[in-house]
Design a protein. Structure first.
Lengths: 769, 403
């Protein structure tokens, strides 16, 4: 009934009404139930009964059946559908049958690991302490580690710790590896891109060690909705998986609302701040006594929003409505407190960063407000899933910001609803990543001649490492021949092997506030650059190139800096080409050379040029993979060189954003460059390259998605309400010129086959592409 | 593109290129002595050397280590019981490794052992001439370990023993390894005795300061892994000579050092000639709850000490020890003695104030001591000020009530 009050407000308040671009209600679904399988022992049934569970959701029962049949599984069901039971039940059953059994749980974050341990402790208490669950991470004290190694039945850790702390010391974990029956990997979809490619290799190493100790664990994985769980699961764990995705949990009706803040600056395409609009909406929800969670994209925004909301209720003289901030790093007990307060109505609004997005259950919420598109459909569904129980109505409002991706989403709600989810991609055979992990693997156990590593034959790389004198071959084995402990030099999460750190020196501090890869350093952290971190501008005072450190200081400025980047791209090798009637597209290996000579100081809002400076830093080389397409020659008949240049610039802007949407990556993970007459193709060409050395598989995927990219780019640009280009579509008009938008549309039409596509392609055609 | 050329282009060079590695097992007998030993797991190289007991080692002779009565002195220094100690079944052990990082990729390529046998000291060194001889090396070591019940090492509890445990585990064979032995880590004992005397308790520092000699031409430890890798690549046995010598030195020094430590453990106060050692022994006995002995050693240390700072420290330790055992008068006497050396000592004033207030009920003296303590505390900006002010008020009250 209180939700109804909010909806009425939304329909009648003129300030809000006009900004709603889309409303859709997902109907309620009844639960699908199945009996608890016969092989579940009486003791465990009794425990379930204590929890009021006498039958299972269909996906839970199917998971148990599949695991019982010895299969590796991936369970793909929404938030709060009882996923943990799918792995906890088989593990606990195995432990009840044989207490020597061991299980390894991998969570991407510590917070998730802590929640899981809390849940397992509850099970263990009811079983008289028979299940010994321990977290093993960077915080585990030294004296506790020994006990965990020998006595822990369930070891809960993260991939980083497995990589650097457990596998290289496997002899200390003999009990675990000899008896390892199950490996549980939660939130499988988070292991994608560079991180996922690393983790796949960590799991290859895990397989080797298990084989050494004679165990062959079964994998039980869970994932948010992704388009390719079977393929992704297999790529990660190196074995075929059974996908269980028929959700059997009941669900109340849920309304999804897209909200686009009004344009406040027409020529610049600037919309009213998503944060302020989210505040207004959250205020109305909380005022209507709807328990609400608001997601923001940074910690700073979380704090700002809590303050704003408290103030706005205070002004109304209403101090009873309690607002809580929520950050990563809270203990389970603190989370339980927030849950309790929500249940008892002491807290009505929780403002959170993405920390809560992953599997953590806060319960009782009826509405979600998303401040900006979270970047992927999978994350969006997870955040939306935070509200709404098995029965009763719930509501989710996505408040868009001005970025091209956000604008694309609010303009194309079908994309969100119909596509369902993205593809998760990894490239475990990226040479940089692969070589790193082959070193770790050789450190852990000598390689035998003929031994495989995942699906590859590593012989040639091992020979290379032998020539480099990192390994030594004796008879049929390669041994580690170095003093180093290779795992410490390899971070699973950093986007590049050697990063520059940015150090905040304000008021004598020395806090690391960020990292930038080597390739981007000349552009982003040259001396004099304004580096923006969590909305706070920093001035880069000094860049120590040798030590890879930039020293920054907080400043108040009215300008930002933009470095002129001269990019040269040379095609080294073509992996595939597709000649279409209108355009030719390819992907392959490229060498990108980037040099920055100078930067401009640009005033916020007005974008006027208020100064410049020189940059003298070394030229950067990046050997990677790229996808590219050339524009038909015919275009030069209707466009002069300047027009073409502006069209290519604008198309690069929009395609870079659309491509990151396709790939579930950050726009900064990709580079886009265009050549008016490419030496390689002889025609105007747009290149999108992978910013990680060697590439992590993005280019091949973009090559396959060419039509979809063009359609979406066209749709985004043609639907943008700006008159002649703005940051939300082709880039600001003062960069692409007054006719930039028109030129971009023309260029895309040419590439797509001209007149036939004058209208934006209907979204429904996409799936055929 | 060729994978290898791609790798070259992608990845930075780890080391400059050198000649292709040698593949045949070199004959080391002419260079290192010793012999190739066959085991069920293939061969490895073993060097055995005998040393007579009158072999001199710094100021001492090897035999002095064999003639003391073990293990009582060791037990006193280490505060541990050493059951079934038998010198003939004691193995001195030291490893040379391919790195310090630990983990399963660090190998012990040379394991040196030493043992007193029939009036001699026998050093046996087991060397793998390549990685595939590791199991043979461990097999030979296992034979030595089976004949031993105690392993003596220097920092072995932290480094050598866990490393060997890993190496044995890596074979997946039923070696007994290092699991059944009691452990004596001489580094721990040496630290108890000489921590305050010596800036470093490394073996080289102990050789210089306790055993009385300096190694010449010793290979620095950090060079050893690279030297071994170079040997693997080249087959040149000369590269190993320094490493074997370094290892043998470590083992002999360990044996002599154990004798010295045991002897120190048997010292009476009168035996002490060094104030630092006497102080360290006083501390060790205090820790063991043997207060009379502790005080006797501290008193001896006080006789020997030249340095005022040490004298003050000794008096404070002794006074606190007396107090802990309720010898209040003795404690007070030492506090007064301390004040004659260091008139600004806050703790001594405080303790005497407590003594006069609670034991002697001499409130005038207590008042005076507290006032002085307060003046010092104020000057030193000590956090004790409020506590002392409170004490002073209380004493004033008690004086008034009594008076
Ligand atoms: Zn626009």
């Amino acid at each position: 009934m209180s939700l109804a009050r909010f909806k009425e407000k939304l329909e009648t308040d003129p300030r809000l009404r006009g900004n709603v671009t889309f409303r859709y209600t997902i109907p309620a679904a009844p639960g699908k139930y199945q009996p608890i399988p016969d092989f579940v022992p009486q003791e465990l049934r009794a425990l379930l009964q204590n929890r009021g569970i006498t039958q299972l959701y269909s996906h839970q029962a199917q998971s148990l059946q599949a695991v019982h049949a010895g299969r590796d599984i991936v369970v793909v069901t929404p938030t709060a559908s009882g996923k943990t039971l799918c792995y906890n039940l088989p593990v606990i059953q195995a432990l009840l049958e044989n207490e020597e059994t061991r299980a390894l749980y991998l969570f991407p974050t510590k917070a998730l690991a802590q929640d899981q341990v809390a849940e397992l402790m509850a099970w263990s208490d009811e079983l008289g302490g028979r299940i010994k669950t321990y977290t093993y991470d960077g915080d585990t004290p030294g004296d506790a580690r020994k006990a965990i190694r020998s006595a822990g039945s369930i070891v809960v850790t993260n991939p980083d710790m497995l990589h650097a702390g457990i596998l290289p010391h496997h002899t200390k974990w003999i009990r675990l590896f000899e008896n390892l029956r199950y490996v549980v990997i939660d939130e499988l979809h988070t292991y994608r891109g560079v991180f996922g490619s690393h983790v796949a290799n960590v799991l290859r190493r895990l397989h080797r060690i298990c084989e050494f100790y004679g165990s062959k664990p079964q994998f039980i994985c869970t994932s948010a909705t992704i388009a390719n769980p079977a393929e992704h699961g297999q790529a990660l764990i190196g074995r075929p998986v059974t996908v269980i995705d028929d959700n059997g949990s009941p669900r109340g009706p849920r309304e999804i609302i897209f909200y686009n803040p009004p344009v406040v600056n027409q020529p610049l395409g600037i919309r009213r701040s998503a944060l302020l609009e989210a505040k207004t909406i959250a205020h109305e929800l909380i005022a209507a006594k709807v328990p609400t969670i608001i997601f923001t994209r940074s910690r700073l925004n979380t704090e700002v929003l809590v303050t704003y909301l408290r103030e706005s209720f205070h002004r109304l003289g209403d101090t009873a409505a309690k607002i809580r901030g929520y950050r990563g790093g809270y203990l389970p007990s603190q989370r339980r407190q927030i849950e309790r307060d929500l249940r008892e109505g002491k807290v009505l609004g929780v403002v959170s960063t993405n920390a809560l997005e992953l599997g953590i259950d806060i319960g009782t919420l009826e509405a979600v407000v998303l401040t900006g598109y979270p970047g992927t459909i999978a994350s969006t569904w997870q955040q939306i899933g935070r509200a709404g129980r098995s029965s009763g109505e719930s509501l989710a409002v996505l408040v868009a910001n001005s970025s091209p991706i956000n604008q694309f989403m609010v303009q194309n709600p079908d994309y969100f609803l119909e596509k369902g989810a993205e593809f998760a991609r990894i490239n475990p055979n990226n040479l940089y990543i692969l070589v790193s992990h082959l070193k770790c693997a050789a450190f852990e156990l000598p390689f035998r001649v003929g031994e495989r590593f995942g699906d590859i034959d590593p012989e040639e790389i091992l020979e290379y490492l032998e020539e480099e004198m990192v390994l030594r071959r004796v008879q049929d084995r390669w041994y580690w021949m170095s003093e180093n402990y290779p795992a410490v030099d390899i971070s699973l999460r950093s986007a590049s092997a050697d990063n520059f750190v940015i150090i905040d020196t304000t008021d004598g501090k020395t806090t690391v506030i960020g990292e930038v890869d080597r390739f981007s350093a000349p552009m982003l952290i040259h001396e004099g650059a304004i580096y923006i971190h969590e909305s706070q501008p920093y001035h880069i005072d000094q860049l120590d190139w040798e030590r890879q450190k930039a020293y920054a200081r907080q400043v108040e400025t009215d300008y930002f800096t933009d470095a002129n980047l001269a990019v040269e791209l040379k095609v080294l090798d073509v992996s595939a080409t597709n000649k279409l009637p209108y355009a030719t597209l390819s992907w392959g290996e490229v060498m990108v050379t980037a040099k920055t000579h100078m930067y401009k100081k640009i005033k916020f809002h007005t974008h006027e040029n208020v100064g410049w400076g020189e940059i003298s830093l070394p030229e950067q080389e990046l050997h990677t993979t790229a996808y590219w397409f050339s524009v038909p020659h015919a275009i030069q008949e209707t466009m002069d060189r300047d027009a073409l240049q502006s069209a290519l610039l604008g198309a690069s802007h929009v395609l870079g954003n659309i491509a990151s949407l396709e790939l579930m990556c950050e726009p900064a993970d990709l580079g886009v460059t265009a050549q008016v007459k490419s030496p390689f193709t002889g025609a105007p060409t747009v290149f999108i390259y992978d910013r990680y050395p060697g590439g992590v598989g993005f280019s091949e995927q973009l090559f396959a998605a060419h039509h979809r990219l063009m359609d979406r780019a066209y749709s985004l640009v043609s639907k943008c309400p700006c008159p002649s280009g703005c940051p939300s579509c082709v880039g600001p008009a003062d960069e692409v010129g007054p006719q930039g938008k028109e030129y971009v549309l023309r260029l895309l039409e040419e590439v797509m086959g001209s007149g036939a596509q004058k209208q934006a392609a209907p979204i429904s055609a996409e799936r055929n592409a | 593109m060729e994978l290898k050329s791609k790798l070259r282009q992608f990845l930075p060079k780890e080391t400059p290129k050198k000649a292709p590695p040698q593949r045949t097992v070199p004959d080391l007998r002419p260079i290192l002595g010793g012999e190739e030993v066959e085991t069920p797991w293939g061969p490895c190289h073993v060097v055995e050397q005998d040393f007579p007991l009158d072999h001199s080692w710094g100021n001492l002779q090897l035999g002095e280590a064999a003639s003391v009565v073990y293990p009582e002195g060791l037990a006193r220094v280490g505060l541990d019981e050493l059951p079934h100690f038998d010198l003939a079944r004691t193995l001195f052990l030291d490893t040379e490794t391919t790195g310090l990082a630990g983990g399963t990729g660090t190998y012990a390529f040379l394991v040196g052992t030493g043992r007193f046998v029939d009036g001699r000291f026998v050093v046996k060194q087991f060397l793998m001439r390549d990685y595939n001889e590791e199991v043979a090396l461990l097999y030979c070591l296992e034979q030595e370990l089976r004949n031993s019940q105690t392993i003596v090492s220097f920092n072995g509890k932290t480094f050598d023993i866990p490393l060997l445990r890993t190496r044995f585990a890596m074979t997946r064979m039923s070696f007994l390894g290092v699991e059944q032995h009691s452990q004596i880590d001489l580094l721990h004992l040496a630290r108890r005795l000489w921590r305050s005397k010596l800036a470093s308790c490394s073996l080289t520092s102990l050789e210089e300061n306790v055993l009385g000699f300096t190694r010449s031409g010793d290979i620095p430890g950090f060079e050893i892994p690279q030297r071994y890798f170079l040997f693997l690549q080249s087959g040149n046995g000369l590269l190993l000579r320094d490493i074997l010598e370094h290892n043998a030195y470590d083992i002999i020094s360990m044996a002599v050092l154990m004798g010295v430590i045991n002897a120190r453990g048997m010292y009476t106060p009168a035996d002490c000639t060094c104030p630092w050692e006497a102080e360290a022994l006083g501390g060790i006995y205090a820790g063991a709850g043997r207060i009379t002995s502790a005080l006797a050693f501290l008193e001896r240390a006080l006789c020997l000490a030249q340095d005022k700072e040490q004298q003050v420290r000794l008096l404070r330790t002794a006074a606190l020890l007396h107090k802990r055992h309720k010898h209040y008068a003795a404690a007070a006497e030492l506090w007064h003695k301390l004040l004659s050396l260091a008139e600004d000592d806050l703790m001594a004033h405080e303790e005497l104030a407590k003594h006069y207030e609670h034991r002697e009920k001499d409130f005038a003296a207590a008042d005076q001591m507290t006032r002085r303590a307060l003046a010092i505390a104020l000057r030193q900006r000590s956090p004790k000020v409020p506590e002392l002010e409170h004490r002073l008020r209380r004493i004033t009250n008690r004086r008034q009530r009594v008076g």
